[in-house]
Design a protein around this ligand. Structure first.
Ligand code: ADP
Length: 447
């Protein structure tokens, strides 16, 4: 087993990994920018190294600085968390060259899934159902028109290198295609340095259902059911639950097996998520994330597993302890992403935390790096905490969520907590009757 792991991230996910290290008797190294010198992950780790100025590009995204931090501290492995370098194949390649273990899949698998066209082709070949769309990249507007007409409108133009909902544009009719195509391309060029785009049929009322998978890198793989992440704003998840109110045990077993078989065949190592849109009983693959997801705690609650521990065991060559026949879902879990943002327009609200109280009690987990007196810097993502509740069934989880939200105190900055209080009053949320468009429509008529 590793003696020391460096965590190339910040915020709640860095804490999540440090906690797993502590339980496994592994020393942890935090890295931080100058803006994060007082951050909780620095305080909680056994050691810390400053890797640069506030700008993420010059610190948390700086491959040479992170590798130097590993060499200085003697860390043998790096956990990337999510975001930052977690899906950066060049980073993983650099670690492979320096003989530092990356806690995650191989650079080859990251590269394969990071390019969405290659990812779709791979999944089609592995028998995973995909959204109908163009055969690979679409070079120009004339080609885009041809594909869109053959599929029928509406269509969505998406960046091959996309992520975080960027470089994605809807064309409801033929007259929107020109603008959608050129703006998707320019947004993709600006965000990813790659303007290749492809076209998909735009599904009108799907749910976002994603399957948690895990591979041992030697051809064995399991699935841990699905998460429903349909409640989104600007293609970004806001509220996630497991299991999905729309999936029954037979469907779960079927799609789960398809996904586990696919990654077993690939020889995939570590945690991954296969994302689908689900409409009228059919699954359509959209992308695979080759890392731990923000919303992994709802799966941990329902399957009673520690996914970070499993990631570390597999990366250390000790194998995966999970066996498919022992992975039985139980109860219901919900996660709310608490952001430091001011409603109704979700404007970032950085600043000093005057008071912080995390909710507790039965079935409540609060993953947050906040503390009283901490100043949320303006440079990074606005996620300040994840409130996860677990209960024996969905109504219990919803009641617990209402109770836990009532206990949460974050004074000094604005947060998205009031949004969740309001959502819990909605009959559609109470019954689980929502699609990926529900929240945007609700926000339009309620703000
Ligand atoms: P990203 O990598 O940028 O997050 P995804 O491909 O995962 O992009 O899509 C993010 C979200 O965008 C989905 O959860 C869904 O809400 C919406 N979306 C993506 N593809 C389609 C599609 N073909 N039809 C309708 N909505 C889509």
């Amino acid at each position: 087993m590793f003696k020391k792991i460096l965590i190339a991230n910040r915020g709640e996910i860095a804490l999540r990994v440090i906690r797993a290290c502590q339980e496994m008797g592994i020393a942890s190294v935090a890295v931080h920018s100058t803006a994060d010198a007082d951050a909780m992950h620095v305080r909680m780790a056994d050691e810390s190294v400053c890797i640069g100025p506030p700008s993420g590009t010059l610190s948390y995204l700086s491959v040479p600085n992170i590798i130097s931090a590993c060499e200085i501290t003697g860390a043998e492995a790096i956990h990337p968390g999510y975001g930052f370098l977690s899906e950066n194949a060049a980073f993983v390649q650099a670690l492979e060259d320096h003989e530092i273990t990356f806690i995650g899949p191989s650079s080859a698998h990251i590269r394969m899934m990071g390019d969405k066209i290659t990812a779709k082709e791979t999944m089609i070949n592995l028998g995973v159902p995909c959204v109908p769309g163009s055969d690979g990249g679409v070079p120009d507007l004339a080609a885009a028109r041809k594909v869109a007409e053959s599929m029928g409108y509406p269509v969505i133009v998406k960046a091959t290198a996309g992520g975080g909902g960027r470089g994605m544009k809807l064309a409801k009719t033929a007259k929107d295609l020109d603008t959608a195509f050129s703006s998707a391309r320019s947004e993709a060029k600006a965000a990813f340095g790659n303007d290749e785009v492809y076209i998909e049929k735009y599904l009108q009322k799907p749910r976002h259902i994603e399957v948690q998978v895990f591979g041992d890198g030697k051809g064995r793989a399991v699935h841990l059911g699905e998460r429903d992440c349909s409640l989104q704003r600007r293609h970004q998840k806001v509220f996630e639950e497991a299991p999905s109110p729309a999936i029954d045990a037979e469907t779960r077993a079927r799609i789960g097996k398809t996904c586990a078989d696919a990654i077993a065949e690939m020889g995939y190592s570590g945690a991954g998520t296969i994302e689908f849109l689900y409409e009228d009983g059919e699954f359509y693959f959209i992308e695979m994330n080759t890392r731990l997801q923000v919303e992994h705690p709802v799966t941990e609650a329902v399957y009673d597993v520690d996914l970070v521990r499993e990631q570390i065991l597999v990366a250390a060559g000790e194998g995966m302890t999970m066996q498919q026949e022992n992975l039985l879902p139980r109860g219901h879990a919900i996660e709310c992403r608490i952001n430091a943002e001011k409603l109704p327009d979700f404007r970032p609200s950085p600043g000093r935390i005057a008071a912080f109280h995390a909710p507790g009690g039965l079935g409540v987990r609060m993953d947050s790096a906040l503390y009283q007196g901490y100043s949320i810097p303006p440079y990074y993502d606005s996620l300040i905490g994840k409130l996860i509740v677990f209960g024996q069934d969905r109504p219990t989880a919803l009641a617990r969520l209402r109770r836990a939200l009532g206990e949460l105190i974050v004074d000094g900055v604005d947060t998205t907590t009031p949004l969740f209080h309001a959502l819990l009053d909605e009959p559609d949320i109470q019954t689980g009757n929502y699609t990926i468009h529900w929240l945007e429509k609700w926000l339009e008529s309620n703000t």
